[in-house]
Ligand binder design. Structure first.
Ligand code: PLP
Length: 390
């Protein structure tokens, strides 16, 4: 059975050039970057070259890039350290955040008594930045704003430049979870005055278990993993040289081919939208995911019937997508993001599905997916298609 992979927001397949690069490093560059001998220094050079490459693209200094094990670690480090070391007493966030931000904020509330304030999205998943400004002005407490750049489920993009200026003007720190946009959008942090951001290599054809945090030099952030002086004491532990080399190669390929990759993915996404509209009666799209202003890699659809087994049924036909729900013991519960943007009626009668693309996705993948979806849909009555309200 041919496998069709449409779950690229969850993770992406490794680029073959990335694999080759990593195999080389595994074979030959086994030195510890902290060792002073030449094998160690060769490994150190690999790290520093990747760091410089990333810093150049983001228009920051290499010292502001801290290698970590993943996006989750980067987000944890930033939020926890802001509370532990920078005196943050209040966090403004939203229900759209990834669990690694949401749970960390909740922990800071529980363990450190931090005040947690949520900006509620509207039914398209957009946040009200006037409300954010009001919140920033209404308290003297040292505040961290943590809002993601692009949502991993519905693809809404936040104007992080505007938010960064609002935070700067009101003496608040600003962290953005940029895991879904790093290496997909052209980011220039010399123009976006945010304090912290995060990255995960496996979202752009690099290896799992490698990422970095962007930490603005002036912020004074400290690490939460203590030990050796690696990563300028911001993240102790021998660096994952192979993973970082893979991250660097994946980053380089994405930067070099960004316009070509993004145009291909935009075309594929448009094709998918038109095919779905043509073939699946009553289909809708969630959040802003079908609009040109959304993250081009993500499309979130709402099927006009209830079928909690859809992910499994597609998987049995070799098609991998995401259902946007956490399944436990057979019962599936929609994610916080979907609960925020869908009406109760939609949650009761419809089925959300996230399809996410990469430059490796082919039109024939979309054809096969839409055909299987059409077949599955035949078993369901679409009685409510026109009467379901948002
Ligand atoms: N933030 C967002 C928006 C994500 O989509 C993900 C991954 O799904 C993460 C953070 C976590 O990244 P990692 O898998 O590297 O821990």
């Amino acid at each position: 059975m041919e496998r069709i992979y449409l779950d690229n927001a969850a993770t992406t397949p490794l680029d073959t050039e990335v694999i080759d690069c990593m195999v080389n490093v595994l074979k030959f560059n086994y030195g510890n970057p902290s060792s002073t001998h030449s094998l160690g220094q060769e490994a150190k050079t690999i790290l520093e070259e990747v760091r410089r490459k990333i810093a150049d693209s983001l228009k920051v200094t290499p010292g502001e890039i801290v290698f970590t094990s993943c996006g989750t670690e980067s987000n944890n480090m930033i939020i926890k350290s802001c509370v532990n070391y920078l005196g943050v007493q209040r966090i403004i966030t939203s229900p759209l955040e990834h669990k690694c931000v949401a749970e960390t904020c909740l922990e800071m509330k529980k363990l450190r008594g931090v005040e947690l304030v949520y900006l509620r999205p509207d039914s398209t998943g957009d946040l009200d930045l006037n409300k954010l400004e009001e919140l920033l002005k209404e308290s003297d407490k040292k505040t961290l704003v943590t809002l993601m750049h692009a949502n991993n489920e519905i693809g809404n993009i936040l104007d992080i430049e505007k938010v960064a200026h609002l935070c700067n003007d009101n003496q608040a720190l600003f962290h953005s979870d940029t895991v879904q946009t790093m290496a997909h959008l052209d980011l220039d942090f010399s123009k976006i005055p945010l304090d912290f951001a995060s990255c995960s290599a496996h979202k752009f054809h690099g290896p799992k278990g490698t990422g970095f945090a962007f930490v603005r030099k002036s912020s004074g952030l400290k690490g939460i993993i203590t030990g050796g002086p690696q990563e300028r004491s911001l993240r102790a532990g021998t660096e994952n040289v192979t993973g970082i080399a893979g991250l660097g190669k994946a980053w380089e390929l994405c930067q070099k081919n960004m316009s070509q990759y993004s145009q291909h993915i935009i075309d594929i996404k448009h094709y998918c939208i038109t095919q779905l509209q043509e073939k699946i009666e009553g289909i809708k799209f969630n959040g802003r995911s079908a609009g040109d202003e959304s993250l081009y890699t993500v499309l979130n659809v709402l099927l006009p019937y209830k079928n909690p087994l859809i992910g499994l049924q597609l998987d049995m036909k070799g098609i991998a997508v995401s259902q946007g729900s956490a399944c436990s013991s057979g019962a599936s519960k929609p994610s916080m993001v979907l609960m925020s943007v869908l009406s109760e009626e939609e949650l009761d009668h419809c089925t959300p599905l996230r399809i996410s693309f990469s430059h490796m996705t082919k039109k024939s993948d979309i054809d096969a997916f839409v055909q299987v979806l059409e077949e599955i849909g035949k078993g369901f009555v679409i009685e409510k298609a026109d009467s379901i309200h948002r």
